[in-house]
Design a protein around this ligand. Structure first.
Ligand SMILES: NC(=O)C1=CN([C@@H]2O[C@H](COP(=O)(O)OP(=O)(O)OC[C@H]3O[C@@H](n4cnc5c(N)ncnc54)[C@H](OP(=O)(O)O)[C@@H]3O)[C@@H](O)[C@H]2O)C=CC1
Ligand SMILES: CC(C)CCC[C@@H](C)[C@H]1CC=C2C3=C(CC[C@@]21C)[C@@]1(C)CC[C@H](O)C(C)(C)[C@@H]1CC3
Length: 418
């Protein structure tokens, strides 16, 4: 058994108590949102319309569907990939290899679903099953995290994550002990981060759109916008799949309940909240306002993609002509930091773009309910917290050079505001 490692790493998320609270609060919030979205008043801050009994939550069919979905996505992951990318260097100086076939999985899933629907698959029945499906996904995430925790007991110390190995069972279960749990070349964290949850999210959105068409004759403009914007976001994530290899989740965080639940349950069932809301609360939306919202989404996407691509290009090859002219500062690690271009505007321009898009996803739902703005509010909190975690890691990694970067680029996410 590997000795607990990283016990001196500062505890995050409020330590074991915070982790325990989040493990309870996150599923409760998800079920609250699912219940409230279909209720008449749809009040984010009000009580849920009723408390569902176990017979409404538990369905063996939902569990079977959930496991079939995971199996299908796992099978697509194992198909030959157009490219195999190398991850960042690990503690033992090795690099893991990852298949780049996420976009292919999205397209093949779309084809399979299209075939299924034309053969009579009742996709519009999915919205009625959201509650038991979310329950099945939560159960799956919980059992999966338990197995991951046990697997980590057998892992060598070099395979453990910097955090998540405090020796406290609850905290380590939440954060995840092993950095890149794998069986042969199947990487569980990388698989879960991009495939079942993200593709599941757009599938749920599509089912909501189809059900709206069946109910009202055609999907509303607001529903089209929400589906289109979020499909663009998911398509982009899978198209630029390789970029996920440099995110904090892959490089730094272990794979535990936080990411397993986040990827498998939280993303598909809460990120589809706007489409759920629109099915039960149709909103009138004219073309002029719709065009304005499209413009907001386009601006957000432009910043998000521009910033992420600029950093990824620079990290891959600093002499690439697209980034070679940008001003940089040197660090003691040998890596340089960009101080002009997107990364000279604020220290997290990609978060800014992401937040602008999040706003554009809520606006089609009107301004009379707070519920569709849940994603924007949660995401702001998530990114502010994430920025703080990244800031600490960069300060430790780059020391004085990071201080210099902060002096040159004083704002974190929103220019002149934060
Ligand atoms: N929809 C969702 O739920 C979520 C979306 N996201 C999105 O995921 C994307 C990735 O986010 P995340 O992984 O948090 O962080 P970033 O992609 O912002 O990466 C942060 C890292 O970038 C490097 N970096 C920071 N500043 C510079 C600089 N000036 N020049 C060069 N490199 C720099 C540092 O790593 P190093 O120097 O080691 O390369 C730092 O640790 C974002 O677009 C975010 O919005 C994130 C979380 C949730
Ligand atoms: C449930 C908790 C509150 C925390 C869970 C957080 C997770 C839901 C997110 C952590 C980082 C994520 C990323 C994406 C989705 C959400 C999670 C898993 C991402 C795949 C979304 C698409 C983007 O283009 C991305 C940059 C690839 C994202 C990477 C981080």
């Amino acid at each position: 058994m590997a000795p607990p490692q990283g016990s001196r790493a500062p505890l995050e998320f409020g330590g074991p108590l915070g982790a325990a609270a989040l493990m309870l609060l996150l599923p409760v919030t998800m079920f609250h949102l699912l219940l409230v979205a279909r209720s008449g008043p749809a009040r984010l801050l009000g009580p849920p319309p009723y408390l569902p009994g176990l017979e409404e939550l538990w369905s063996p069919w939902a569990l079977l569907l959930c496991l079939t979905w995971l199996g299908l996505q796992a099978a697509l992951y194992l198909l030959p990939a157009r490219k195999v990318a190398e991850g960042q260097e690990l503690k033992d100086k090795s690099r893991l290899r990852y298949p780049i076939n996420g976009f292919q999985a999205l397209v093949l899933t779309a084809l399979l679903v299209g075939l299924g629907v034309s053969a009579g698959l009742p996709l519009s029945a999915l919205p009625e099953m959201l509650l038991p499906l979310a329950f099945a996904a939560t159960l799956t995430a919980f059992i999966f995290s338990l197995l991951l925790y046990l697997k980590a007991l057998l892992a060598p110390a070099s395979a453990l994550a910097p955090g998540g190995n405090s020796g406290n069972l609850i905290y380590d279960f939440f954060l995840g002990r092993e950095l890149n749990p794998r069986i042969c070349s199947f990487d569980f964290k990388y698989f879960c981060e991009l495939r079942p949850g993200l593709i599941g999210w757009v599938l749920i959105n599509l089912a909501l759109l189809i059900q709206e068409a069946e109910l009202r004759g055609s999907p509303s403009l607001a529903m089209w916008l929400v589906n289109g914007f979020q499909l663009l976001y998911v398509g982009d994530a899978l198209w630029y799949e390789e970029a996920v290899l440099t995110t904090m989740d892959i490089i730094h965080d272990g794979f535990g309940f936080m990411l397993a639940f986040g990827d498998l349950a939280w993303v598909p069932f809460t990120y589809s909240l706007q489409a759920q809301f629109l099915l039960y609360h149709p909103q009138p939306l004219g073309w002029p306002l719709a065009s304005f919202i499209c413009l907001i989404n386009a601006v957000g996407y432009y910043i998000f993609r521009g910033a992420n691509s600029q950093k990824n290009t620079f990290r891959k090859n600093p002499s690439d002509p697209r980034v070679a002219d940008l001003e940089t500062i040197s660090t003691a690690t040998g890596r340089r930091l960009l101080v002009s271009g997107w990364w000279g505007m604020v220290r997290h321009p990609n978060y800014l773009g992401d937040l602008i898009m999040a706003l554009a996803w809520s606006l089609p739902c009107g301004v009379f309910h707070l519920l569709p703005y849940f994603y924007f509010l949660y995401f702001t909190a998530l990114l502010v917290h994430r920025e703080d975690r990244d800031e600490r890691q960069c300060r430790q990694k780059y020391g004085l050079a990071w201080h210099e970067y902060c002096r040159r680029v004083p704002y974190r996410i929103v220019p002149y505001v934060y």
